[in-house]
Design a protein around this ligand. Sequence first.
Ligand code: FE2
Length: 441
Amino acid sequence: MIIRNVHVENDEAIGDVRIDDGVFAQIGGSADSVGIRAAGTDRAGVNGGRAAADHRDGTSAQVSRPGETVIDGQGGVLLPPFVDPHVHLDAALTAGDPEWNETGTLFDGIRIWSERKKSLSVADVKDRARRTIDMMVRHGIQHIRSHVDVTDPGLVALHALLELKSEVEQYADLQLVAFPQEGILSYPNGKALMQRAVSEGADVIGGIPHFEFTRDYGVESLKFLVDLAVKNDRLVDVHCDEIDDPASRNLEVLATLALENGIGDRVTASHTTAMGSYNDAYTYKLFRLLKMSGISFVSNPLVNMHLGGRFDTYPKRRGLTRVKELDADGINVAFGEDDIRDPWSPLGAGNMLDVVRMGVYAAQLMGYSQIMDSYKYVTYNGAKALHIDDHYGIEVGKPANCIILNASNFYEALNENDEVLYSIRAGKVIVSTRPHVTTLR
Ligand code: FE2
C-alpha cells in the first residue's frame, strides 16, 4: 500500500508513506516534494516526531507498484492512531438509567452506578461496549484501556469485556483493568475479587485508595495491588486521589511502591486531581519522587472539569492535576475520555479531539506550539502509559497503524473537529470517511 499526499505528523511538506506486509516500509518522499523537507520541521517536544524523523529520507519519490493499493491522503495530517488510556466501557451509555446524576459529584455517580450494576448482564455490557468502541474507532482510536468494575461477586462486566476483547481485536486492542470501584478493603471480599479478576484474564491491576474507608485502608490497598501485579506480571493503573482534598496523598505511596519494586514504567496514576489542591512546597518535594519513580499519569480533562470543584463555592477549583508542570518536568502525561454517557458524565462521543480541546484549555496549554504538539497526549504519551510504545508510532519497521485527519496539521484539525479520512491498522483500511460538504447560500 502507498499513501500519497499527507503531512506526516505536522510536517509542512507533503509526502508519501509506503506500507509492506503490514509494517511501515518508507516514510517521506514524493513526486511533489522531493527534497523540500526542511531540516528541523518536526515538532519539538513530541517524542515520536523526533524518533520518526530518523527514518524518513525525504529525498526520493515513491512510485506505486503494479496492483498496489494507493490511498490519496488529500493533503491531510497523518498521525499514529489515537489512544484512549482511560475509559469505562462497562458503564458507557447508561446515563439516566436508573437516574441522572443531577449533583454532578463523583460520589453520586458511584451511588447511581451501584444501582445500575445490579441489572448488568453479559449481553447488556457487550452491546453498550461494542457500540462505544465503534464510536471510538470511527474517531481514529485503535488502542483502549478500559477500567472494568470488579466489585461484583459475579464479575459480569469483566466476563463480557473479555469476550468482546477478542471480537474487536482486528480494529482495536483492549487492555482491561481490574477496577475495584467500591474499594478493595472497603468492599466485601474485595481482595478475593481482585485475585479472581486477575486469574480470569484482567491485564492491569487497578485501585481507588481515596475511596477506601480510611487512609490506612488506602495504603493497604496499594500495597496489595502492587504485590498482585508483581506476582502476576501485570501492569498497574490506579484511580489515585480523584478528590479535591489536599490531604489525599495516596500518590506518594503508589510512586514509592513503583520505585521500590522497579516497575515505574508499568505503573499509571490516573486522575490525581488532589494535586491541583496540594501546596507548592509539598508538590516540589513530591515531584522529585515522581520523576525517580518513572510512573505515567493520565488526566481526564472533560470529566475532571465536570466532577471537580463540586464542593467549592468560590473560589472554585478546576479539579485537574498539574498537567503542564508534570509535562515540563519530563513526566509522562496522557489524556483519557474516562466516561461516555454514564453516571459520571452525561456527554461523550468517543472523540479524542474533544478531550484534547478541553485539556489544552483547562491546563492552559494554549501556545501555538503547545496546541500543535498536543496530539501527543492522546497518541505517544498514551502508548507509553499502556506500555505499548515499542510497537507504536510512525516509524519504519513498526506496525502500519495510522490515521489521516482531514486537515493539514493538528492545529487545524483541533479547530475544525475534522473527520478521520482513514484509519489504517496493520496496513488495512478499517475506517474511511467522506468529508461533509456544506454550501453557503
Ligand atoms: Fe475513571
